[in-house]
Structure formats: C-alpha cells, structure tokens
Design a protein around this ligand. Structure first.
Ligand code: GLN
Length: 485
C-alpha cells in the first residue's frame, strides 16, 4: 500500500495509474472518432449532410454531459464510482457499435455521451486530488497526464482504422471497446493497490445510503444514466435542434455558477471568477483550434503537397508533437519553479492564445508560395501545427490544473465539467467557422471574401487569382486563408 511520500519520477504514484487509465479511455474515444464519419458515409450510406450533423451533435454533446457527471460525483457517488460507471457505459457503447442496426447505432453514441460525462471530468479532478493545495508540481503533473491523453489519441486512429480496413468496421469499434476495458483495468489496479489512498470515495456515506424508491444513490444514478441514453439517442438523431441545447446548457451552467458564487466566501468568489474566465478563454481556443478535424483536414487534402501521410493522418501531427513536447514542458515548469520564475497561469493562457493565432498565420502565409495546382509545401502544415501544439500545452493542461486548484472543494468536479463544456461551445462555433471556408456562393462566403479577404491581403500580400489553371482550388485556398487570417 502506498503512502503520500510514495512517488515516481517526482510525482505521486497514483498519477501513473490515472495516466494509463486515461490513455486507454482516450484510445477508445479517438479510435472510434476516427472511424465514425467514414462509417456513416461509406457503410451506413448516410448523406454527407446527415453524417456531419450527427458527428457534430455527438462531438459537442460528449462535452456537455461532464457538467452533470461532475455534479453527481461531487454530491452523491464520488469520483471512483463515477469513473467506473462512465467507463462501463463507454465500453458498452463501443461494443454495441459493432451491431449494425439503427437502435444500436444511436444508442451506442448516446452511451458514450453519457459515459464520458461520468468519466472525463472525474478522472481529471482525481489527478488534482493527488496534490495538496500548495503543491507546485500540479501543472507539471497535468502536463504528464495530458501526454497520456495524446498517446491514446495518436495511436488509436492508426490502429483502429487499420483494423477497420483489414478486418471490417466492426473490428475497429471492437478494438476501441477493448481499449476502454483496459483503461478500466488500470483504474481498478490503482484502487486495488491503494495508490489513491482515501481520495475519490463517496462524499457522504449517510446520504449515499438513504433509500429513494428502495434504491441507494449509486443504484439511482446508474438507473438514471441508462434512462438518459434513449434521450440522447433521440437528440443525436434529430440534431438540427442542437442550438436549443446550447441555450439550455448556457442557462443551466450560468445559473449554477451564480448559485455557487452566492454561497461561498470572498476569496472563493474571486477564485471562482478565475475558473469562469479560464473556461471562456478555453472555449475561444477550441473554437479555432478544432478547425483541425474539419477545415484544416480539407486544407491538407486540397492545398498541401502531402508526403508520407494522407489527409486523415495529418490529424495525428498534433498529438505527435504533444508526445514529444509534454515531458520537456513538464520539466520546464518544474525548473522554472525551482528558479522561482514559473510564469503565472494567466501568462501561460495568454501565450497559448497568442501561439494559436500565430499558428494560423503560418497556414495563411502558405498562400504566398503555391504552385499551379494551388498546392503548397508540407512544412507549412508541420510548423503551423507545432506552434498550435505549443499553444495548447500552455493553456489546456494548465487550465485543468487551475480548475482543481481554484474550485470550491464541494464543487470541484462540477467546475471541471464546466471547463470541458468549453469544448462543447468550441465545437459548436468551430462548425460555424469551418463553414466560412467552404466554396459556395452563399452570403456568408461573400462576407468572408469581402472583409476577411481585405485583411488577408494586408497581412500576406496575397492577391486572389481565381482564373488560374485550377480556379476552384485557388478559390478554396483563398477562402481558407481569408478565414484563418
Ligand atoms: N484533447 C484533449 C482531450 O481529449 C482535450 C480535449 C478537451 O479538453 N476538449 O482530453
């Protein structure tokens, strides 16, 4: 059994169990994500429009349920039970995807949406629980944890897509499901070896045991989770109503934040405002960063002379850079602490946003050196992604760390859920931004080539020329550049 002083690489031993649990959970999540849109268009023969609608609804809902999963863990069941429940729901979701029937398809997506709500905020909060209030290793610990996330995120699309191609879609999803089971196994090992000590248990055993309809809180929550599945399945299917969810979530989250604000003391209030501020910055960051999966992938496909990677595989560049840079960054923060020069989190976040902008300027600059087919060199893509990734490392793991440091103890996981809702908003707005980059004669696009176009000309000195040998591709490039700039 472990003691508080039991460390590995200078961090609490529990960190490494959570590292592997989250690595495998993210393996399943990103492996399935890589297959999803192609599975819909090629196997289920859904239209592009329908597939994109379902994909967007799924990707955003997955990041709104953590708000609820967080509250429930804080007040009733604790992080451990929430993580187990979430992991089991997600594993079921991945395995049910292997059954090719509409009920199972939408049901599976909903199982993962609900499961992630229980898993993601609570495992992240759990990392924070391993460090004392004053412990300066927190940022560094989260940076290591973030590397686990991205090892899963980098390897899974390659492996699951390979399985899907060689053996069939269902085997790709099955592999994702086994990934999730492995994640649960690592978490179970951690609890079994007592590396988490007394952390993450039921917050109040008396409240937990009180029966309602003959069920204790754990049983009630499990029942509620399964009842929520058909509801989310329906929302995903009829995803054109998604903007209502944005309104409902915004009102609910704001209401809850005001309630917490009023119920805590002065210092806690200031800290709470910082968490809200960080979440808004993070939503802004994801709205732009998440172009990666959509318009940036199309940009790679249409306007980059690709060598060695296909357009889909360029999605691994970001995770690859995180794997390379996470340890050096974690180490950098530790060294800076020792020298008493660790930049505060606000500076790190500002740097993150600045680098995000800089990365996109690199993409936009690529328009200065295109060939006759409107294609440009691949190194633009690498340098742009490198800068974006350094930016991500300055804001995202630091944000996670801040949430666990600054939230009122009673609402830790809820605030972490709110932090993840930044991705919910991010995906929602990223979709709108991505649409500005498409080539069609809508008013929005006229707007893009008007205002954005002028800005682009000023920054890059590029004058659009749509009459080349490859007019459409040029126009497409020009649209990307206008929006990115
Ligand atoms: N890629 C990171 C992860 O999967 C960040 C995602 C997020 O915060 N939206 O955890």
């Amino acid at each position: 059994s472990a003691t508080a002083s039991d460390t590995r690489f200078g961090h609490p031993k529990g960190l490494f169990y959570l590292f592997f649990a989250e690595l495998w959970e993210r393996f399943s999540f990103y492996g399935m994500k890589a297959l999803l849109i192609l599975y819909m268009t090629k196997q289920l023969l859904f239209s592009d429009d329908m597939s994109i609608g379902i994909f967007a609804a799924y990707m955003s809902l997955v990041y709104v349920t953590p708000v609820l999963g967080g509250i429930i863990a804080d007040h009733y069941i604790g992080y451990r039970k929430a993580i187990f429940l979430g992991g089991i729901l997600m594993a079921l979701g991945h395995f049910f995807l292997t059954i090719e029937l509409p009920v199972f398809f939408y049901g599976s997506l909903a199982l993962i949406i609900v499961g992630n709500g229980f898993f993601k905020p609570n495992i992240s909060t759990f990392v924070g629980a391993l460090y004392n209030e004053e412990d300066k290793r927190r940022d560094s610990g989260f940076t290591i944890f973030y590397m686990g996330i991205n090892i899963g995120g980098a390897v899974a699309p390659l492996l699951c897509a390979w399985f899907a191609e060689v053996y069939g879609w269902h085997y790709g999803f099955m592999l994702a499901g086994f990934g999730m089971l492995l994640g649960l196994f690592y978490f179970y090992r951690g609890t079994n070896k007592n590396v988490f000590q007394d952390k993450g248990n039921v917050p109040d055993q008396k409240v937990y045991n009180e029966k309602f309809l003959g069920l204790n809180k754990g049983q009630l929550v499990t029942l509620g989770a399964f009842l929520a599945v058909p509801v989310f399945a329906i929302i995903v299917k009829f995803n054109q109503y998604e903007h209502y969810i944005v309104w409902i979530a915004t009102i609910a989250i704001t209401g809850m934040m005001i309630y917490i604000y009023r119920s805590v003391g002065t210092i806690a209030r200031k800290r709470l405002l910082v968490t809200a501020y960080f979440t808004i910055l993070m939503a802004l960051f994801w709205a732009i960063f998440e172009q990666a999966g959509s318009s940036l992938t199309l940009f790679a496909d249409r306007n980059i002379n690709l060598v060695g990677l296909n357009a889909a595989q360029t999605n691994s560049i970001n995770s690859g850079f995180i794997i390379l840079l996470a340890i050096p960054f974690s180490w950098l923060w530790t060294v800076l602490i020792k020298k008493n020069k660790n930049p505060n989190s606000a500076i790190k976040a500002g740097l993150g946003l600045f680098l995000l902008g800089l990365g996109f300027i690199v993409f936009a600059m690529s328009a200065n050196s295109v060939d006759a087919f409107a294609k440009t060199d691949m190194w633009y893509l690498f340098v742009g992604y490198l800068i974006l990734t350094v930016g991500e490392l300055c804001i995202s793991p630091i944000g996670l760390s801040k949430m666990t440091e600054l939230s009122p103890k009673k609402y830790l996981a809820f605030i972490m859920g709110v932090f993840f809702s930044a991705s919910f908003y991010g995906h929602f707005f990223a979709g709108k931004i991505a649409k500005l980059t498409t080539v069609s004669e809508t008013e929005e696009n006229m707007f893009a080539s008007g205002i954005f176009g002028q800005i682009t000309e000023t920054i890059t000195g590029l004058t659009p020329n749509f009459s080349g040998t490859n007019g459409a591709a040029f126009e497409q490039l020009y649209q990307y550049v206008s929006v990115y700039a």
